[in-house]
Design a protein around this ligand. Sequence first.
Ligand SMILES: *[C@@H]1O[C@H](CO)[C@@H](O)[C@H](O)[C@H]1NC(C)=O
Ligand SMILES: *[C@@H]1O[C@H](CO)[C@@H](O)[C@H](O)[C@H]1NC(C)=O
Ligand SMILES: *[C@@H]1O[C@H](CO)[C@@H](O)[C@H](O)[C@H]1NC(C)=O
Length: 346
Amino acid sequence: MSSTVTAIDFENKPAEVLLVGFGAVGIIYAYLLESKKLARVTCLARAKKYIRLQERGIDIHSKKWGVITGWRPHRVVQSLEEVLDSSFDYCIVSTKAVPEVLTTPALLGPLLTDRYHHPQPAYVLLQNGLGVEADLYSALKGRYDEPTVISCALYIMTNVTAEGNVSHGTFERILVGIYKEDPSIPDSPAQEQAMHTLVKLVTKSGSEASVTPNIAADKFRKNLWNASVGMISSLLGLSPSECACDENALDTAMAIVHEMMTELMVVARAIGYDESLIPSNTPDSIVMETRTKLRGTDFVPSALLDVRLGIPFELEVILGYPLREAQARQLSTPVCISTLILIPGS
Ligand SMILES: *[C@@H]1O[C@H](CO)[C@@H](O)[C@H](O)[C@H]1NC(C)=O
Ligand SMILES: *[C@@H]1O[C@H](CO)[C@@H](O)[C@H](O)[C@H]1NC(C)=O
Ligand SMILES: *[C@@H]1O[C@H](CO)[C@@H](O)[C@H](O)[C@H]1NC(C)=O
């Protein structure tokens, strides 16, 4: 069966969206897409969140939207078996990408089998980290015509608090592009349409989204922050603002962070991301922003929250992947490798 999204006129009939990954990012986007009734979101929520939704819904504490209490999506399911008779325009995957624990094709299970009779939706990977699209793309490619896998660089500050509330900062923004094994192949009309419709859906819902000509480079650039600041935070057990309480500690941490990004910039250039895609001053500006903007905030990188909770985090897709790219090109990245080895849980 071909994987095409037919023109979606979501202003007359809401887009049908399946959300797999009911964490903070997924909840924020489900809320957002439903807020202007432009989409109907079916959420897969496992036991704990399912019960929470039945009992009282989710409270969202957002610096952008204020406090929303008792929010519930259009439909909630506990297993993808329950959606085999439903058709979707988009399937948003917003789980944490930890392929060592669960691959995306395994996560999507029944949707990728003959038991799912509807056309394949366009997949939107709302995830941090690099190389997160590859396993899904190959699984789809093996079974269907050219799949639509939309890759995103994600800028958002949000997390689920201990009480099960969702905390959200002042903004959320995505850059999107079509994932392809060979980036030189042009997007198909179906892929273009799915991507541009998604951007319209998100922007008309009151958020920011734009199409970028080189999503792989944009994800690499975004990942510089996660791979350095995020991983060093996890290693030290301190959020950037906690670290900023001690000027010496902050200087040391920022020197390491800068060195990691400098190593990764060499990898970026070797891959072919030139100055126009990732400017050479990116490490300087990331250090500068981290020093100024995060001081005094309660922002905690999600990897550090995971370390504190003792659950697997996105080490592999954030740091492991670019280091394999380095290795394949015989580039040396000593500070990044030391960080990878020292990080708890690695
Ligand atoms: C979580 O939500 C509940 C219900 O709205 C509220 O009583 C509680 O204070 C919230 N917790 C935080 C940390 O915002
Ligand atoms: C994330 O989690 C921490 C600790 O639970 C909390 O203090 C903070 O406000 C949360 N929100 C964001 C946007 O990081
Ligand atoms: C990656 O960066 C985003 C900021 O856009 C942050 O919210 C998230 O917590 C980071 N993830 C990790 C694993 O540190």
